[in-house]
Design a protein around this ligand. Sequence first.
Ligand code: PEP
Length: 241
Amino acid sequence: MRKIIIAGNWKMFKTQAESLDFLKELLPKIADDHEEREVVLCTPFTDLGLMSKSLHGTRIRLGAQNIHWEDEGAFTGEISGSMLTEMGVRYVIVGHSERRQYFGETNATVNQRLKAAQRHNLIPILCVGESKAQRDAGETEAIIFEQLAKGLVDIDQNALVIAYEPIWAIGTGETCDAIEANRVIGLIREKLTNKNVTIQYGGSVKPANVDEIMAQPEIDGALVGGASLEAESFARLVKHV
Ligand code: PEP
């Protein structure tokens, strides 16, 4: 059974006080709705401790936005698997395009981070996707297949989520056409040994387009940046039709 997962990626937004305000507003809005759907909030590292306590007993699972491949060591600015699990983290985003673009992540380091996540019983959300230039050059499939082939070496596909996030649709308001997102996600699924991996779409998902996106047969959820920052819009995504 493929699980539906709606995950918010807060990126570098929300202080602890702001995260609490958000939660107070969100929880009553999603309390009894579609309890079979997994709801995840991937917060900044500084919010994890407080959020872990505040999410206790709720339906929301805690996620982080990165993990280092070593268990400890001299890696200034990084965070380890045991630091995350101690905070009650269950999911971790790996290979987000912003990490690849601004912080030099490669398919090789993404693979190492995925392995570290699984070693610590965290479920990684592997992000893959092409840039506008790559799409225009007809390279979409080749880029994604390479990200999968190199990223998934020695990765257990029974404890994995994938997010197809075309880079040109992230934070731009320009959503990938739902049919096209469904097509690419279908191609991703064909490459997997476990056909039941949850594969999300990400890229300007918002209340106005979530129903059409989630109606696609290959799409099992959404990874959401901007629209996860407001309780009203995030609740609407969780409650998609
Ligand atoms: C993301 O950051 O993963 C994302 C999809 O952002 P947005 O929803 O803002 O496009």
